[in-house]
Ligand binder design. Structure first.
Ligand code: GDP
Ligand code: MG
Length: 399
């Protein structure tokens, strides 16, 4: 087990360090307040190395660390586990899986105790965590919001404040593409609404400024009808439309559009697991020094999908994103959490198929209100077990 102790001025900073050092799979074993902030002990999963003879000594500091926490029983149990791994000279899968299940059991029990303790000592914060979890927010985002709450608020004040903190965290962009222009390539999985978003933006621009000063480019030479779609849109709006099947052609087309303020570039909906994804996006991004790459992200995708899509499409620097299909989403918390973590600004929000009505510049408070409405409408409830598992380990630092 790779275990580390982190001390930082607040919970948020601690969680950031843990993510940085140990990655998203780190498990938080204990938290407590210390003089200069909070102390968190986190670990990543057991690995063979930790039960091999050479790896055993690393288990000792783990027990010692734990002994400093408030729970003497936990310290004893972990010390016993550490001792076992030291004497194990024939490391086996059995010991490893035994350690795993013991740890899970222990974690579960500690989390239950800690969560129950939190609901007694800090009922308002516990209730806020419950509310934020109901919105579908990821645990680190919810915990960092709860940790920022000032003391002595009643529940409704705390709930208001929590939503204000969340609003503040949601990264939003501006509508500069329409007001100032740019060369924007829209990337993202197939069917998320890239071409529709381009049609809406182009139509808005034409309605506000007339057809001069906007051009469309399709780099989607693969999908049947993709080029025609952009050509038709161009005809409909009275703006020039170009096809560019290869990065060279894109370079050439963009070079010819130097005097056009707004160029919207449609790309093929690349499969997220396509091994050439990075190279393809890289080639598009490299076709002109001023290209901005915008990720199009569907809010109706299943929970956790946003995180993966962002990771996959981050081969180049993403300037902003467009969140689509908000009208079909059943929860917004997962998407918002992923964007908060990635610090990827949301520039536009699409909530329907109508062109151009259903596209609006992103407003953080509207997205948060929407997340709350969706949670209320779906009657989403949060089970106690989930809360214990998620926040039990953080309870010491929060109360
Ligand atoms: N309900 C809903 N449908 C959308 C939205 N945006 C796009 N669509 C629909 O999603 C489908 C795929 O859109 P398209 O723009 O072709 O996706 P692309 O493959 O990413 O270019 C079309 O039927 C669009 O009308 C939206 O915000 N809400
Ligand atoms: Mg398309």
């Amino acid at each position: 087990m790779n275990m580390r102790r982190y001390v930082a001025k607040d919970m948020r900073e601690c969680l950031r360090q843990i993510r940085e050092h140990q990655g998203p799979d780190a498990v938080i074993l204990s938290t407590r307040k210390v003089d200069d902030g909070v102390e968190v002990v986190a670990a990543i999963d057991f690995e063979l190395a930790s039960v091999e003879p050479g790896g055993a000594p690393s288990a000792a500091p783990m027990a010692a660390d734990y002994a400093t926490t408030a729970d003497p029983e936990a310290a004893d149990t972990l010390a016993a586990l550490a001792a076992r791994s030291e004497v194990a000279d024939e490391p086996g899968v059995n010991l490893q899986s035994e350690l795993r299940s013991l740890r899970r059991l222990l974690e579960g029990q500690l989390a239950t105790l800690a969560w129950n303790d939190l609901t007694r000592r800090a009922p308002v914060q516990a209730e806020v965590l419950r509310g934020l979890t109901r919105l579908g927010l990821a645990s680190d985002v919810a915990a960092s919001i709860a940790a920022e709450l000032p003391a002595h608020l009643d529940f409704s004040q705390a709930e208001q404040r929590a939503r204000a903190i969340l609003t503040h965290k949601v990264p939003v962009g501006d509508d500069r593409w329409l007001t100032r222009g740019g060369r924007i390539a829209f990337v993202g999985p197939t069917g998320v609404g890239k071409s529709t978003a381009i049609a809406k933006l182009a139509a808005r621009r034409v309605l506000e400024h007339g057809p001069a000063g906007v051009a469309l480019v399709s780099t989607d030479g693969v999908r049947f009808g993709a080029q025609e779609q952009i050509q038709n849109l161009g005809r409909l709006l009275g703006v020039p439309a170009f096809a560019a099947d290869h990065p060279r052609e894109l370079e050439r087309v963009l070079a010819g559009l130097e005097g056009t303020p707004l160029v919207l570039i449609d790309t093929a909906g690349t499969g997220q697991r396509d091994p050439r994804l990075s190279a393809k996006i890289g080639a598009i991004a490299g076709a002109h020094p001023q290209i901005e790459v915008a990720l199009v992200l569907s809010a109706s995708a299943q929970a956790g999908a946003a995180e993966e899509v962002i990771a996959r499409f981050s081969a180049v620097r993403l300037a902003a994103c467009v969140v689509t299909k908000v009208d079909e989403a059943t929860s917004l918390g997962g998407t918002l959490s992923a964007l908060i973590r990635a610090r990827l600004p949301i520039a536009w929000v699409s909530e329907g198929q109508r062109i151009p009505e259903d596209l609006t510049p992103a407003r953080a408070h509207q997205l948060v209100v929407r997340a709350v409405t969706l949670a209320e409408r779906s009657g989403a409830s949060v089970d106690e077990d989930l809360l214990q598992r998620r926040y039990g380990a953080l309870a010491h630092a929060l109360a």
